[in-house]
Design a protein around this ligand. Structure first.
Ligand code: DX5
Ligand code: ZN
Length: 218
């Protein structure tokens, strides 16, 4: 399967989101990653339900919501009719992740769970890992774009590979934070099938967007 590239709109020009989306037309195996932060689970605040709804009305690209909020249940129900493809919430933010996974599955084609750099893979039970479509491995502390990739992520990815083999389960592995052409191929070799990139894709302007996306796959 081709690696999916998910530009994080956190790094785009927020005052021209519709135009920013249009610069990516014609690419396949491609999602838009929406970083929803509440100033509570993470210190930063980005955009919320009304903006996500507006974005969903402006694009046919699959949308991937990354919830960095203290109450993901609330957002899950509020956004359930927006046609989002994937809904990822943080393991650390949920009292009963398995129950929430089951609930998300009722409304979204894909459910993801995310772990912060300090959360070991072993925190996730076999039941959780067997129920998700996507595991979002944060390779920076969630909250801000433009941070440096944490190298310990590779050992986590090795561990995930072994668990998938041991239990014969499959889910997409997504890495988010500090991703660029300098680490993309190594990440893919470590079993990553979905790369989120914000500053790397957006920093040199629209004329480079598609080239940047393609550079992460090769
Ligand atoms: C960080 C967000 C990321 C962020 C990635 O909390 O989850 O999606 O936008 O940005 P870069 O690629 O700049 O590290
Ligand atoms: Zn993210």
């Amino acid at each position: 399967m081709k690696t999916i590239i998910s530009p994080s709109l956190l790094a785009c020009d927020f005052l021209n989101i519709e135009q920013e989306l249009s610069h990516f037309s014609g690419i396949s195996d491609f999602w838009f990653h929406l970083d929803i932060m509440d100033g509570h689970f993470v210190p930063n605040l980005t955009f919320g339900i009304p903006i996500v709804k507006m974005i969903s009305l402006k694009t046919d690209v699959l949308l991937d919501a990354h919830l960095m909020v203290g109450n993901p249940e609330f957002h899950m129900y509020e956004m359930k009719d927006f046609g989002l493809h994937n809904f990822s919430f943080h393991f650390e933010a949920s009292r009963n992740p398995l129950a929430l996974i089951k609930e998300v599955k009722k409304y979204y084609p894909s459910v993801g769970i995310s772990i912060k750099p300090g959360t070991p893979v072993s925190s996730l039970s076999k039941d959780i890992l067997s129920s998700i479509d996507l595991l979002l491995v944060m390779s920076v502390e969630p909250g801000f774009g433009g941070q440096s990739f944490i190298e310990e992520t590779y050992s986590k990815l090795n561990e995930i590979k072994k668990i998938k083999e041991r239990y014969s389960i499959d889910f997409m592995v997504q890495v988010d934070g500090g991703v660029s052409d300098g680490n993309a191929s190594k990440l893919i070799k470590h079993g990553v099938s979905n790369l989120v990139a914000g500053s790397y894709i957006f920093k040199d302007g629209p004329s480079k967007y598609i080239q940047k996306v393609n550079s992460l796959r090769s």
